[in-house]
Design a protein around this ligand. Structure first.
Ligand SMILES: [Zn+2]
Length: 392
């Protein structure tokens, strides 16, 4: 790894950050839907330069700027339409309710998205909830008449938060922030002396991304890629005591349960940091090889005129379609009906529902997230298609 430059670590604020991978020209908003192809073609692009912090093990995009990233109602990253994801959300909600005795309690969710998880945890435990998210759409919320759960169409801040809560949930938020330390410090100051509040934090797992070589998880709108080491270190610095730490959703997420405490700067295990350093170097080397091999495979597919589609119009799919030469691919399948008829940013493929495949009869389906492969296989078999499934 060449020390190309120094930046301040978003995790520990040290300046021991070295770049290890640069990816240019990716859409800055991988989850913004475009109703017209011409708007998709003109969507904003940005560069990613991943840096590794050798003090706390954090990975971050050194080129990240919050300015071009938009979180509006057009931001669509709900995974709620997958039965597998619904099972995960339900078992997480049940586990939190049981471990923290969340019955008839106050729950706050920061970054509550379209409201699915907060509605679920309030419904299952008879709890009251307040959710904060600028991308919430009231008309889409089947639970909107339930006055026990309220959504605020704004970012969470010390100005709009309710006085007290028993559980504070923050899922898939910290990785989007240019200053996660400042945000956690603000949350901790809002909680003040109320040490009985339980906190649940979930982020994408960079240990998994590096270990399993999930190349298409490198996206512009993730300012941070938390490893378990860097997340625990940051929470401790911001005066949270970590009571549970685990990998969830097949290893793809880091789940942390914590409670407010006094600050306790954590000492890092040097051998764990060294192992991570080796992983980031290997990831960068393999990333470059993967791009070359996929481009040659895609060229062959295009030359053979085989009908190929990508399955998954989330950030992984958007990245795959933009980094590689995917000119031969016209359609992307997604089970979220709110995405159908819209277009992928920049590369501009049309997003269709699974039903479209019965007519299009693709010979190849490139699956973005292997965790869904059985779900996809069952759908494809049900349609009687003779299709090869490839995992990206
Ligand atoms: Zn650091």
């Amino acid at each position: 790894m060449k020390p190309v430059g120094k930046w301040t670590c978003k995790g520990c604020a040290s300046s021991s950050v070295d770049l290890f991978l640069e990816v240019s020209g990716v859409p800055v908003n991988a989850n913004i839907l475009h109703a017209a192809r011409k708007d998709a073609l003109g969507a904003a692009k940005g560069d990613v330069a991943l840096g590794f912090c050798s003090v706390c093990g954090h990975v971050q995009n050194a080129r990240y700027s919050p300015r071009p990233v938009e979180y509006t109602a057009e931001y669509e990253n709900s995974l709620h339409f997958s039965p597998l994801f619904q099972d995960y959300a339900r078992s997480l909600a049940v586990g939190l309710i049981e471990r923290h005795n969340l019955y008839n309690k106050e729950v706050v969710e920061i970054g509550s998205g379209k409201g699915d998880f907060l509605n679920l945890i309030c419904d299952l435990g008879g709890n009251r909830g307040v959710g904060f998210d600028p991308t919430y759409i009231c008309e889409r919320d089947e639970n909107r008449d339930n006055d026990k759960v309220v959504f605020v169409n704004e970012m969470y801040s010390e100005k709009n938060t309710p006085a007290a809560c028993d559980m504070l949930i923050c899922r898939h938020v910290l990785e989007h922030l240019s200053n996660p330390k400042e945000f956690l410090t603000m949350i901790r100051s809002v909680l003040g002396g109320r040490r009985s509040t339980s906190v649940y934090v979930e982020v994408p797992n960079a240990d998994y991304m590096l270990r399993e070589k999930k190349y298409w998880d490198v996206i512009y709108e993730h300012a941070s890629y938390f490893t378990k080491a860097s997340l625990v270190s940051l929470l401790r610095t911001c005066s949270f005591e970590v009571t549970e730490l685990s990998e969830s959703f097949d290893g793809q997420f880091i789940s942390v349960e914590a409670s407010p405490s006094s600050a306790s700067p954590s000492r890092q295990d040097a051998s764990a940091i060294n192992a991570l350093r080796a992983e980031v170097a290997a990831f960068a080397d393999r990333y470059r090889i993967k791009v070359v091999s996929w481009n040659s495979a895609l060229k062959e597919i295009e030359a053979s005129s085989a009908r190929a589609v990508v399955w998954g119009a989330g950030s992984k799919g958007t990245t795959f379609l933009n980094i590689l030469k995917t000119g031969g691919i016209e359609y992307v399948v997604d089970i979220n009906p709110h995405k159908h008829g819209t277009f992928v940013p920049v590369s501009a493929q049309e997003i269709v529902g699974p039903g479209f495949l019965a007519e299009y009869r693709p010979e190849i389906i490139i699956v973005m997230n292997p965790v869904y492969i059985e779900e996809i296989w069952a759908l494809v078999k049900g349609m009687g298609l003779k299709t090869r499934l490839l995992t990206a």
